[in-house]
Ligand binder design. Structure first.
Ligand code: HEM
Length: 182
């Protein structure tokens, strides 16, 4: 059946793709920065931090949007356990999209940074966490582990969507604005 209730709202679609693009950019930046010397690293890590904070703010707005807008029904033909799995993944995404940038921000604050420079436009203040290399190191570990865990989740999420679209022939991509509901 074709009707607009089968599609997320324009706002939800915009949040989804903008956040997805920023998250991917952040993985690319941190991977390029990985093996570089300290000064060269900053060229990639400064935007990593600024993009990360942007993701945090957008995710808070996205959650508010989600709570205040109608969502489409689960595509007809998706099995209940699959819908459950998808819902669990979506909830995990929201948790990780808050926890990953927050631990990054806490980490640089614990390492003694005065704040996060937002693309040279303004400075986001450091968080009031204990200034200690140990605490910074622990937050670094958590940030890295949950950052990598979300990468796995992204792959599963994409594989799930592609399976429904091309294997089960259910128009799930159209729900998120890719193509038309047929
Ligand atoms: C959704 C947003 C973010 C994602 C997906 C993300 C992802 C990651 C990942 C996967 C790593 C580990 C890379 C590796 O060592 O293999 C990392 C490291 C790091 N991230 Fe983030 N991050 C995000 C936001 C932030 C924010 C907001 C900050 C700081 C304000 C930040 C600061 C750092 C720092 C300082 C490192 C350590 C780099 C190093 O080991 O030299 N990140 N990030």
């Amino acid at each position: 059946m074709t009707h607009d209730l089968n599609r997320y709202s324009r706002g939800a679609i915009a949040f989804h793709w903008i956040i997805a693009a920023l998250v991917l950019a952040n993985y690319v930046l941190v991977n390029i920065a990985h093996d570089l010397e300290r000064s060269a690293k900053a060229v990639y890590m400064d935007p990593h931090k600024a993009i990360g904070i942007t993701i945090l703010v957008l995710t808070v707005l996205r959650i508010i949007w989600r709570l205040t807008h109608k969502r489409p029904d689960v595509a007809h033909g998706v099995k209940p356990w699959e819908a459950m799995l998808a819902k669990t993944a979506h909830s995990l995404f929201y948790i990780l999209l808050i926890a990953i940038p927050l631990t990054g921000w806490m980490m640089v604050s614990a390492y003694g940074s005065s704040g996060v420079d937002w693309f040279g436009i303004f400075e986001i203040p450091a968080l009031p966490v204990e200034e200690s290399r140990d605490v910074g190191g622990q937050l670094h570990d958590i940030h890295e582990i949950i950052g990598k865990a979300m990468f796995v989740l992204i792959i599963l999420h994409v594989l799930g969507a592609l399976k429904h679209q091309f294997f089960d022939k259910l128009p799930v991509l159209a729900k998120m604005g890719l193509g038309r509901n047929v």
